[in-house]
Design a protein around this ligand. Sequence first.
Ligand SMILES: Nc1nc2c(ncn2[C@@H]2O[C@H](COP(=O)(O)OP(=O)(O)OP(=O)(O)O)[C@@H](O)[C@H]2O)c(=O)[nH]1
Ligand SMILES: [Mg+2]
Length: 237
Amino acid sequence: MKVVVVVPTYNEAENIGKLIKELRSLPISPDVLVVDDNSPDGTWRIVERMAEKDPAVHLLRRPGKLGLGSAYVEGFKWALSRDYDAIVQMDADFSHNPQDVQRLVEALKDCDVVIGSRYSNGVSVINWPIGRLLLSYFANKYARLLTGVKINDLTGGFKAFKREALEALDLDSIKSDGYAFQIEVNFYLWMKRFKMCELPIIFVERRAGQSKLNRSIIWEAFWLVWRLFFKRLLGRV
Ligand SMILES: Nc1nc2c(ncn2[C@@H]2O[C@H](COP(=O)(O)OP(=O)(O)OP(=O)(O)O)[C@@H](O)[C@H]2O)c(=O)[nH]1
Ligand SMILES: [Mg+2]
């Protein structure tokens, strides 16, 4: 099975080199695609140098900060236009343990989509302030209730997809960015009846670099969930 890990980055120079090395030394030795938005800290330069030495490392460098959602969409399209059987998405900040990529991909044997889940086995989040944890936890309960998608971690960004699952999505119609993007993708895959599985992961707060969480990301997700609620109600997916 040919696997690519899509990693969106914005100012992750402190993390990206180590992440790529760890991914490349996994037993499945996946390809890596970094989608960088011309990071001022030169993240892309590090990737460019690694790509020169290792043909399995790829860089998609965009002209400026165009947002996380569109970075995933471009990365997914890039992967689908090549011969990958499985596509993994993850953050660059080591909140997602690169070692878990192996388990996620192996679980694709029995599932179409595998979600690295913080909330399927109690709560497995390390070093988050309690306020952020509560926000995330209850946001997930709220999203699950309204969208009807029976997944405990709807907002997580660590996932593996079979090629067929991503191919079934209308990627151009997905305009949301932060947590909303994750919820939206899960919603459409769920409505299309793909087999979605949750695999417990331990999520660790970033050690290096800066967070991009802000109020507008929370509001975006809040309203999206209502939009999906009505879509589900009207059966328009
Ligand atoms: N290409 C691209 N990547 C982005 C953008 N915004 C965030 N990222 C990357 O997306 C991943 C997730 O972003 P984070 O800042 O970690 O967001 P978060 O996980 O919600 O917040 P913290 O982990 O608390 O900082 C990281 O690898 C970021 O570098 C963007 O606009 N463009
Ligand atoms: Mg993060």
